[in-house]
Design a protein. Structure first.
Length: 248
């Protein structure tokens, strides 16, 4: 009985070790005697031990932090910039055969591209055109990783660390800009007020009745706010009185 039991155990162990289960988001790259054979999965597959070998590849989107990089912008501003990159494998065969470690390689490409692209930008562009820079980074990195079967979907610049002296300079610039806008708004207000006053004066000059009505309205407003009422005397009246006094 024992001589028959040992082969049965070996067969069961061989079958058990050859059974592989791949999740829905996994693929298995199969090699036959060291040569690429096929890509299998998901589900239950069989891999013959000693003859076939399987490498698992995850197709889920990978979120990778790009370490802070020292960047010198086109206008010679030194800073530290870090980013985050989202990518996934779209071709398991190329991800295994075309590059030794696609995760490490993608990380290195992202770091060098971050320094290169941001080094071609000015500080104002980096701060105000973040979306355009993100798109440029995504495009450049995706072109580099496409031969590896890796698709880069999104690249986002996270933090831009500036030197303290540069932060103070930016704060002064922002304060000066706010003061300039305040002066422009004040000047525009005075200009509009002067225009309205000129229009009102023109209307009163064409229609003297409006001047009399305005005079009476002013008297009512003064009387309502003070117990002492002052009646302004028109300058024309004073001029005529002075002339009569000189004649006498």
């Amino acid at each position: 009985m024992l001589p028959y039991l040992i082969p049965i155990i070996l067969v069961v162990a061989l079958v058990y070790s050859s059974i592989k289960i791949l999740m829905e988001y996994e693929r298995g790259v199969i090699f036959f005697l060291g040569k690429f054979q096929t890509v299998k999965g998901p589900g239950l597959i069989l891999v013959i031990p000693g003859i076939q070998r399987m490498l698992r590849v995850n197709l889920q989107t990978v979120t990778m932090d790009v370490p802070a990089q020292d960047v010198i912008t086109r206008d010679n501003v030194s800073m530290k910039v870090n980013a985050v990159i989202f990518f996934r494998v779209v071709d398991p065969q190329r991800a295994i055969l075309a590059v030794q470690d696609y995760l490490y390689s993608t990380s290195q490409i992202a770091q060098t591209t971050l320094r290169s692209v941001l080094g071609q930008s000015q500080l104002d562009e980096l701060l105000s055109k973040r979306e355009e820079i993100n798109l440029e980074l995504q495009k450049v990195i995706d072109q580099q990783t496409e031969p590896w079967g890796v698709k880069v979907s999104t690249v986002e610049v996270k933090n831009v660390d500036l030197p303290q002296e540069m932060l103070r300079a930016i704060a002064k610039q922002a304060e000066a800009e706010r003061e300039r806008r305040a002066k422009v708004i004040n000047a525009e207000g005075e200009f509009q007020a002067a225009q309205k006053m000129a229009d009102a004066a023109d209307i009163m000059a064409r229609n003297p009745t409006t001047l009399q009505l305005r005079y009476l309205q002013t008297l009512v407003e003064v009387a309502s706010k003070s117990s002492t009422t002052i009646f302004p005397i028109p300058i024309d009246f004073l001029s005529s009185v002075m002339q009569n006094m000189k004649k006498t």
